[in-house]
Write a protein that binds this ligand. Structure first.
Ligand code: AMP
Length: 175
């Protein structure tokens, strides 16, 4: 499947200059969700993943399905203030301003092999903050998987610089 054909591009959303890559058209297609999930699962089956961490919100959809197929548990990496128990948090930079991701402090067993999942990697700020949180919680991010890469923004390279291999299903030029 050519995944790019099923992803809708919305110019100038949420701000001028951004080409928003909308995966809702991929996952609502009859085969889109299962083809995406199966393509990532087949890559990760041999990697002895203990637990999948998905980044709010689109990473929950893909990450939850992957965890179910791998037979692992799932950890939600959430925006600030959403989790009910004690959390640890990590601030990260957005294009304008800062944001914060949180996980429950007891979400990950010591030394657990964690697969990090989100829909798209751009600058890598979000995924790097999530990886830092998982490290701080005692886990080991053994790989990161995305439906879409925007290679010109360099995020995948930043994860690989931190020894986190990146696997993506497709890529788009530009921002
Ligand atoms: P970044 O931290 O720059 O790697 O941005 C990744 C996060 O922002 C992911 O959770 C994406 O869902 C979202 N995102 C960033 N840029 C785009 C884009 N062009 N289209 C869709 N989502 C995006």
């Amino acid at each position: 499947m050519d995944f790019t054909q099923f992803i809708r591009t919305i110019p100038d959303y949420p701000k001028p200059g951004i080409m928003f890559r909308d995966i809702t058209t991929l996952i609502s297609h009859p085969e889109g969700l299962s083809a995406s999930v199966e393509a990532l699962v087949s890559h990760y089956v041999p990697q002895n993943i203990d637990i999948v961490a998905g980044i709010e919100a689109r990473g929950f959809i893909i990450g939850g399905a992957i965890a179910q197929r791998l037979g692992t548990g799932f950890i939600p990496v959430r925006k600030q203030g959403k989790l009910p128990w004690k959390t640890i948090g990590e601030d990260y930079e957005l294009e304008y301003g800062m944001d914060r991701l949180e996980i429950h402090e007891d979400a990950i067993g010591a030394g657990a092999r964690v697969l990090l999942i989100d829909d798209l990697i751009a600058t890598g700020g979000t995924a790097l903050a999530a990886a830092t949180l998982i490290d701080r919680a005692g886990g080991m991010v053994v790989s990161a998987g995305f439906l879409v890469d925007l290679p010109e923004l360099g995020g995948a390279g930043k994860l690989e610089d931190r020894d986190i291999p990146v696997h993506v299903l497709c890529a788009f030029d530009g921002e």
